[in-house]
Write a protein that binds this ligand. Structure first.
Ligand SMILES: [Zn+2]
Length: 325
């Protein structure tokens, strides 16, 4: 559906443009054939497996790849596999651990940033097609929308031992990229499974516990900008980033809240902490961190669980008036 709308919008802007929408998911079975039909490829995808898939298809088909990405207030663009320059695998031989990747559904992106990067990407495609050559082969342009600054960094040259474009490539056909990256080839439905079922609680179970008045602490680990949009009033807010760097002030705040919550509870009993975020991915990472911190005074004898599906599940299943963003 979205593809057809995009094609219709483009035709409205310029009726001389020929648009061929493909209402299908790009897969290892279809990618090479599709890429071979065009002279230049622009990667606008939102996940790591698709980036490897498109890269390998472009290398195998001998096509330049104009790659752009955006997250929150930052965007970047580069041209891979152009005139002896590096490919995506030369720069990233191994995919990052799945749990360290922040996607747009979790992290959000400012629409204007994708607009700026999209225009730059179109410009690079046009220059390559017109034989003028791209500006960002072997270099990466980074756009910082908050500071309003562009900066360009040099990329390494082609890796002679690159699995895709090297002298003895091991990628000779397209493979299972979801298995290679350990994550699914979509931005929308990605849900991490870092915790066991006992370490997780559903929004409806949490609601029941909340209504029962049972002592506990709810910890919201979203970035401040999201907490400003909406929050559960009784939650303590400490962004995941602060926990990741073991921020002293944040840990003191947490210790204090736990001490306070423990008052009047049975001594020695494990105190329950529930961690919540937007979608239930960051909350799992936070639980892992809190579990590793229980050796710290005040943070010992806790049971830490995350709320499955986060605040968006809360909005969908418990409180229809809670904003969905
Ligand atoms: Zn390469």
């Amino acid at each position: 559906m979205a593809r057809r709308f995009a094609a219709a919008s483009l035709r409205r802007l310029n009726s001389a443009v020929e648009c061929v929408p493909y209402a299908q998911v790009l897969t290892p079975a279809t990618a090479l054939d599709l890429v071979r039909r065009y002279d230049v490829v622009a990667d606008c995808s939102d996940n790591v497996p698709t980036r490897y898939l498109v890269n390998d298809a472009c290398v195998l088909a001998g096509r330049p790849l104009v790659s752009a990405s955006a997250l929150r207030f930052e965007g970047q663009i580069t041209v891979y596999h152009y005139d002896g320059g590096p490919c995506y695998r030369c720069i990233f031989p191994q995919p990052p651990p799945a749990e360290t990747v922040t996607n747009c559904a979790d992290g959000g992106v400012l629409g204007v940033v994708t607009g700026v990067l999209g225009c730059l990407q179109a410009l690079e495609v046009l220059k390559i097609a017109a034989g003028l050559g791209p500006s960002y082969s072997r270099s990466l342009l980074i756009f910082d929308a908050l500071r309003g600054q562009f900066r360009c960094i040099q990329l390494r040259s082609r890796r002679p031992d690159c699995a895709a474009c090297g002298e003895r490539p091991t990628v000779t056909d397209l493979q299972d990229y979801e298995a290679f990256c350990g994550s699914s080839a979509t931005d929308k439905c990605r849900s991490l499974q870092l915790l066991s079922p006992e370490e997780r609680v559903s929004v409806t179970d949490y609601k029941r516990l909340l209504d029962s008045g049972s002592p506990h602490l709810l910890l919201d680990v979203r970035p401040q900008v999201e907490v400003d949009i909406c929050r559960l009033p009784h939650a303590l807010h400490i962004p995941l980033k602060h926990l990741e760097r073991r921020d002293v002030q944040s840990l003191e705040l947490l210790g204090e809240a736990i001490r306070e919550g423990r008052q009047g509870t049975q001594e020695g009993a494990a105190f329950p902490v529930y961690v919540i975020c937007k979608l239930g991915n960051d909350s799992q990472k936070a639980v892992k961190i809190l579990q590793s911190l229980t050796a710290v005074q005040d943070l010992e004898s806790l049971t830490v669980q995350d709320v499955v599906g986060g605040l968006m599940a809360w909005a969908a299943k418990v409180d229809g008036t809670f904003p969905q963003y």
